[in-house]
Ligand binder design. Structure first.
Ligand SMILES: [Zn+2]
Ligand SMILES: [Zn+2]
Length: 422
């Protein structure tokens, strides 16, 4: 069997709960749940080299993005040079330290931590050494994946560009072009680190074979590493997570975060999102005002982008979470398959709502002279809270609850496997 293969074994699908048997997977192959089409595991053709190479390349490009010029703006004879650290510093200096921390974490902290943890885990796997905290590092990097928003920030820059270009001259620096590359590399790196496979490899190094542990009569599937464990234990022997049939209190926790998001959504829309000052004017605009100005100014494209990100996505996300929670608690409002699609869309689009916040931050850094000044309004904090709370609500929801009504055939199903080109 080639190095990096995964022997045949049983898993529980993390999305629909179906018991599945996965045949031996060799590098370059992936397994898919036949019922809900969830990716179970995808092994790279070069399972150790590819993720390591992408992670190192991403770190080098990050160094360029966070030290070089991002964009320069000429307005009323004033020349402003923006770098990403300068934007974070401007926010912090003007007493928007919470916004500064959020921006710092989403565009710098989470990707750096994610890449360093990837390199740490893969170094251990490459040299066949169990490094301290390897399991914890793997669990953390899996969680961090949702909070990397370099791509969202990049799109926000393009929206800001259209907005500023009407009144000022903009030149993009090296960091801007490299950020596009970084966004793509980060997505590729996070696709290349299959946690199920990593947990198996770590256990193999410690001398335990997680596949041999499945003989107990009463088993439970770990939510995180997917391996079967005896239902008498509380903690998974493979990945160290707490074991449970379904995420404990998933519906209540998800509902609590959703309710908090709904409450914060009201001030997020009523309070000003952005305050624009120039000699003689002092304009506080809410999200809706902003969209209206842009629409009337003829910036239809930005109006549509901001409307989708700031109004449509949060409302649709709240509605679909309500549908999912109602379906899981009382009776399904649509088929399990459709609910699963709804859940996947809800889980993946939420982060794009941060576009508007990033646009306000970029505009603030661009317009900081007394002749034209932009500052974030009080709605920005509430809006950030809505985005983060709805994301946590979706992540706390256990999608297997949707499928629990559907009868499961007692025998094991076979996963679909395919080779991918990489
Ligand atoms: Zn499934
Ligand atoms: Zn586990």
């Amino acid at each position: 069997m080639p190095i990096g293969s995964l022997p045949a074994h049983h898993v529980g699908c993390p999305c629909c709960g179906l018991s599945l048997s996965i045949p031996t997977l060799t590098p370059g192959e992936s397994a898919l749940c036949p019922r809900c089409k969830q990716h179970l595991v995808r092994i790279e053709t070069h399972p150790l080299d590819t993720p390591t190479a992408y992670a190192i390349a991403s770190l080098i490009i990050m160094a360029i993005v966070y030290t070089q010029l991002y964009m320069s703006i000429d307005l009323f004879g004033i020349h402003v040079e923006l770098t990403i650290p300068y934007m974070v510093a401007t926010l912090a200096q003007q007493d928007y330290s919470l916004l500064a921390e959020i921006m710092f974490f989403l565009t710098f902290g989470s990707p750096v931590l994610f890449l360093l943890l990837c390199l740490y885990v893969y170094t251990g796997l490459r040299y066949q050494q169990v490094l301290p905290g390897m399991l914890y590092a793997t669990r953390t990097l899996v969680r961090l994946r949702h909070w990397i928003m370099v791509d969202v920030f990049y799109i926000a820059t393009l929206v800001s560009y259209i907005k500023i270009s009407g009144m000022a001259q903009i030149h993009f620096g090296l960091a801007f072009w490299f950020m596009m590359v970084l966004a793509i590399l980060l997505i590729r790196t996070s696709q290349g680190v299959p946690e199920h496979w990593i947990f198996y490899q770590i256990q193999r190094l410690t001398g335990n074979d997680p596949i041999l542990q499945t003989h107990s009569a009463h088993t439970i599937n770990c939510n995180y590493c997917l391996f079967k464990q005896s239902d008498t234990q509380n903690v998974c022997n493979v990945c160290g997570s707490y074991l449970s049939q379904r995420k404990p209190l998933s519906l209540s926790i998800s509902m609590a975060f959703l309710l908090a998001a709904i409450i914060f959504y009201i001030p997020a829309n009523l309070l000003p999102m952005m305050i624009t000052r120039s000699p003689g004017t002092n304009l506080a605009s809410t999200i809706l005002d902003g969209i209206e100005y842009m629409w009337n100014d003829g910036d239809v494209l930005i109006a549509v982008v901001i409307f989708s990100a700031s109004m449509a996505i949060p409302v649709l996300k709240i509605l679909s979470m309500l549908i999912l929670l109602y379906s899981a608690t009382y009776r399904p409002l649509m088929s399990a398959r459709k609910l699963t699609v709804l859940y996947r869309i809800t889980e993946s689009i939420g982060r794009w709502s941060m576009i508007d916040i990033f646009v306000v931050i970029i505009l603030m850094s661009a317009f900081s002279s007394p002749l034209a000044q932009v500052t974030p309004g009080s709605a920005t904090i509430y809006f950030c809270a809505v985005v983060i709370l709805t994301m946590i609500s979706a992540l706390s929801f256990d999608p297997r609850l949707i499928w629990d009504e559907v009868k499961q055939h007692p025998s094991h199903h076979k996963s679909s496997t395919k080779r991918h080109s990489s």
